[in-house]
Design a protein around this ligand. Structure first.
Ligand code: NAG
Ligand code: NAG
Ligand code: NAG
Ligand code: NAG
Ligand code: NAG
Ligand code: NAG
Ligand code: NAG
Ligand code: NAG
Ligand code: NAG
Ligand code: NAG
Ligand code: NAG
Ligand code: NAG
Length: 510
């Protein structure tokens, strides 16, 4: 009898906590494709509907549309997707347009009908799982956008108490003004209390700030997220507007969620982002992103600032730079193609997330179809207008990078747990990055560089006279006598080398 109970307990705990909870360890090998649900795919047979991002309106993308195009995503080597917040948002045309992006929640207990039914969302989760892929949901808990005008002046006055539920009519689960902070606008971003407790937006477009310091509110949000995770079958969370909510709140919330969490802390300094890695599994590595974009935006960019930023992340974050989200583009920032159209610079910058310690996060369409929209909303182009072209050079390049990373992970060389190292032998225009068994050579010389870019790596990174393959061109070359590498590039393109024998497991494009 006891033995039987023990067996039941073991089976239960295996099922509940070992098998199903997708924690940080289960995520770290993954590669994430970020989707703005409204702009990725329409339902049904692919037809061409016009969608003008500058109109700030819903364009019709759905969860079923994503299900229909999972092969397109998996074909590029991604094994996880991050989708827009799926909850019911404020309806109608606000002073800032429609909530097609999902970041203006109104009813957290219901799902955004523009994206389909809750069964479609469950079907997306099930379809992903049947392909061995993970689902990451984007969630916003900092604020709500009520349907009724908020008179912030009258918020706590007699008028408000006479009709306290007014602006929260239609809001759930926070059905009363008492669930929100007193209105005030964030004026001083160096004052943490103000950032966490005052409101984003303004009188015209107020974002009602949820009182997440309140234990009752925090408890409701914890219960809510647990239910969402089990109802839908969610493997990870991307936490929005992290710096506007206290660390204490995140600690409880992420514990309760029990799945991998990655937070958005928009800042150029690890002084600011690193504290959050104590309460969230990882952050999107914005401090490195700022340097990456500026270093590769022109041949005048400062490559050593990228090295400094990456080393800083490795040293400042709770888990080093491991598990951080490494990205070149996202829905909040101008696409890299809007910053430079130099094809060599773009290729070099695009390589970065795949050779980094963290997880690559690639923004839909951005890179694989060469879109170049600038600041919001121009970077929210509809993907269907490309016809899901799997022969675009960037689609192929991302495929190679994903497969090369997987080959490195499977090589037995501890790729996932060995911090990337910057090697000597790189001048002002070049970087040499070792993450065994991979060696990446980057340059910001650009496509018009008049002489040859030269990497002279005299340290031993490979075996002597070993056959190496540049995964971007499939060209084979040899390491030097001492295991170093001496290579040139005539067109400013990057090189990502793996020992030929390591590419056999799980990798075959060459
Ligand atoms: C998803 O829904 C479709 C019908 O729309 C169904 O054929 C398919 O089996 C469902 N997939 C999963 C994994 O539930
Ligand atoms: C907002 O409330 C204040 C104070 O009660 C009142 O004076 C003002 O007229 C109200 N504004 C609007 C637009 O209702
Ligand atoms: C809420 O108050 C606003 C004025 O502040 C008013 O225009 C609106 O009709 C009220 N809505 C409800 C549902 O009472
Ligand atoms: C929120 O959504 C749930 C589920 O659809 C619904 O039952 C509830 O009435 C909604 N709440 C409000 C305030 O509209
Ligand atoms: C902003 O807040 C910081 C930290 O609380 C404070 O030191 C600084 O004086 C404030 N700046 C202004 C302009 O109020
Ligand atoms: C920070 O902001 C809070 C709320 O606005 C305020 O009470 C406090 O005095 C500010 N602190 C500093 C140092 O400016
Ligand atoms: C309020 O915010 C909206 C949306 O961001 C913006 O368009 C508008 O200019 C702002 N109004 C003021 C008075 O700052
Ligand atoms: C970082 O961001 C802050 C605030 O936005 C800005 O004042 C500062 O100049 C930036 N620092 C660097 C090194 O880019
Ligand atoms: C981070 O903090 C250190 C030490 O206080 C300081 O020297 C450095 O300038 C800060 N960096 C940024 C980007 O704020
Ligand atoms: C490049 O950035 C580093 C900081 O990471 C700085 O120390 C160095 O002076 C910069 N070089 C140039 C040429 O601006
Ligand atoms: C879809 O429509 C756009 C704009 O009308 C056009 O530029 C594009 O070529 C079309 N794409 C396909 C795949 O038909
Ligand atoms: C590479 O660097 C080594 C050591 O600094 C030097 O001896 C060698 O001549 C260099 N090779 C080339 C081709 O520049």
């Amino acid at each position: 009898m006891h033995r039987f109970l023990l067996l039941v307990w073991i089976l239960f705990s295996f099922y509940c906590c070992v098998t199903s909870a997708a924690n940080a360890q289960k995520w770290r090998s993954r590669s994430i494709y970020q989707i703005v649900t409204d702009r990725f795919a329409l339902s049904g047979p692919s037809y061409n509907t016009s969608c003008d991002p500058s109109a700030l309106r819903y364009c019709g993308g759905t969860w079923q549309g994503i299900v229909d195009h999972l092969d397109y995503i998996q074909g590029m080597g991604f094994d996880a997707i991050w989708i827009s917040p799926p909850f019911t948002n404020v309806e109608g045309f606000t002073p800032s347009g429609e909530a097609y992006h999902g970041y203006w929640p109104q009813n957290l207990t219901s799902y955004n009908a523009h994206f389909g039914t809750v069964d479609d969302l469950k079907n997306l989760s099930a379809s992903l799982h049947s392909k061995g892929m993970y689902l990451m949901l984007d969630v916003v808990v900092n604020h709500m956008l009520p349907p009724n005008p908020i008179n912030t002046t009258a918020f706590s006055s007699e008028q408000a108490s006479a009709n306290p539920k007014n602006f929260t009519t239609g809001v759930a689960p926070f059905t009363d003004v008492s669930y929100f902070h007193q209105p005030c606008w964030i004026g001083n971003y160096s004052n943490k209390t103000e950032v966490e407790q005052c409101w984003l937006g303004n009188e015209t477009m107020p974002w009602a700030d949820v009182n997440t310091e309140d234990a009752g509110v925090a408890g409701m949000l914890s219960q809510w997220i647990s239910k969402v995770i089990s109802d839908i079958g969610v493997d990870g969370l991307r936490l929005s507007t992290v710096k506007y909510v206290s660390q204490d709140f995140w600690k409880t919330f992420t514990n309760e969620a029990g799945v991998f969490t990655m937070g958005e802390v928009l800042s150029n300094s690890t002084n600011h982002t690193s504290a959050y890695t104590e309460v969230i599994d990882a952050v999107l590595d914005y401090p490195t992103w700022f340097k990456l974009v500026s270093a590769f935006s022109s041949p005048q960019g400062n490559l050593s600032s990228v090295v400094d930023a990456a080393v800083d992340s490795q040293q400042s974050y709770e888990s080093g730079a491991f598990m951080t989200g490494a990205f070149l583009e996202n829905h909040d920032q101008p696409r890299f193609g809007a910053i430079t159209n130099d094809s060599a610079l773009r290729a070099n910058a695009m390589v970065w997330p795949f050779i980094y310690d963290g997880m690559p996060v690639v923004y839909y369409v951005g890179q694989e179809q060469g879109f170049s929209g600038g600041a919001v909303p121009n970077n929210h182009e509809p993907l269907w207008r490309t016809g899901y072209n799997t022969s675009h050079p960037y689609y192929k390049m991302i495929t190679s990078l994903n497969l090369a990373r997987k080959a490195a992970i499977n090589s037995g060389d501890y790729f996932l747990t060995t911090p990337m190292k910057f090697l000597r032998g790189a001048d002002g225009h070049t970087l040499a990055i070792s993450k065994p068994p991979m060696l990446s050579l980057l340059t910001n010389a650009g496509q018009n560089f008049s002489s040859m870019v030269h990497w002279n790596i005299t340290q031993s990174v490979f075996k002597s006279r070993e056959q190496l393959v540049d995964v971007l061109t499939c060209r084979v070359h040899l390491s030097a006598e001492n295991g170093g590498v001496d290579m040139v590039s005539t067109n400013g393109m990057p090189k990502v080398s793996l020992p030929f024998r390591k590419t056999i497991v799980g990798w075959s494009p060459c």
